[in-house]
Design a protein around this ligand. Sequence first.
Ligand code: PMP
Length: 457
Amino acid sequence: MNDIPFSHNPSLNANASRFWHPMQSPFELAEQPPLEIVEGQGVHVVDSRGRRLLDATAGGLSNVTLGYSAAPIKEAIARQLEKLPYFSSFRGNTNKPAEELAGKLIDEWFRDDGMARVFFTSGGSDAVDTAMRLSRQYWKITGAGDRYKFIAMRNGYHGTHFGGASLNSRPAIRRAYEPLLAGCFHIPVPLPFRNPFGEADPERLTTLCISMLEEEIQFQGGDTVAAIIVEPVSGAGGLVVPPPRFWPELRRVCDKYGILLVADEVITGFGRTGDDSGSRGWGVKPDIMCLAKAISSGYFPLGAALVNDRIASAFEQDNGPIGIVGHGYTYSGSPVGCAAAIATLDMYRNLGTTQLSRENGQALVAGLEALKPVCPWIGDVRGKGLMACVEMVAEPGTNMNANPHMMMAIGDATAEAGVLIRVNGSQLLITPPLIVTREEVETIVDAVRQALAQISN
Ligand code: PMP
């Protein structure tokens, strides 16, 4: 529609620099005006220059799973606002939407993952911190108070509260906030394309990473570790689809040492990877699941931490003064957020989005794979369901991180071709709404093809 790349959008709205943008240097913001989105229609967004872009980022952060025109969610929010915009769910208070949503999450979605109870939050970082706090409390009330440590993966991303941020791995989002929470440790990720062992074989790499995990547990003392917290497919910290044996091995090691397994499903929950939960895709039942994003298709800030029977039964006894869940957010169980989520989950079931994600995801990854001959700077293509990435490299045949200017140029060129993708370091992250059609998947692949052909010339 026009040829102005979004990274140099001259229509800088002065107000955009009056607020500090998450994950952005205020200095760079002045240099590089933001992309202003003014409207959304179906799976498309319209920017302030009038460009209509197919949104292959699902709202920028993989959350707008049902696109922008999901009338049932909007109506549910409006109805609930009219009836009861808010009342606390602390202590003895409750509301119907929160009760109904808890029932749906357990009975219709995550019973097969072993989940038994729900704790509502306002988003993903809250859900992760809830999982960390409930894990520690679980061990205190069961008489193993020495278990306070957490183990996570390098490359993981678990939000920005001090708990989740302490599990994160990228120095750029850790250093400025150190010292972080004591007792958080990290192990290597089983990414065949790039790992500290130079091991490209997924099976051998799994064995190596799991033995590093066990070594770390033994080094820390197996009876000091509260939980291992991992994303079933990692997203924001760098898209990693672990080899199939990795998650079952994680579960085995957790069981061996009695450690809780927390699945951070903030991105992977509700069909993103082609199964209702990412854990189920690996055939593993975690002890706690963190959910957010897709729970309300991005229409209202909401999240949840779900726990299994093992944890529920420990908490549902008289544990004296340490038995109270001394944790909660003003918007835990917000009636409007829960009403939005109920409508969202019903739409998923009516549309069969989990199945759609699996089928269209295969087409997406296959289409991106087929681009390898187009561009020698493609280092790797990987994905599961509608969660995919193209990893670019600085020099063909290596796994060196790509030049940021090249990545910016690819992002701009893809947008010029009518598709919005997310550039994350050396990766092109593609996580469209779960309702994209096969044709739209082809449009996304084609836009990436055009952008890569352009930089290859
Ligand atoms: N965990 C994961 C796996 C995430 O991807 C995110 C957000 N991208 C979070 C936690 C934090 O969620 P929120 O931004 O809603 O606080």
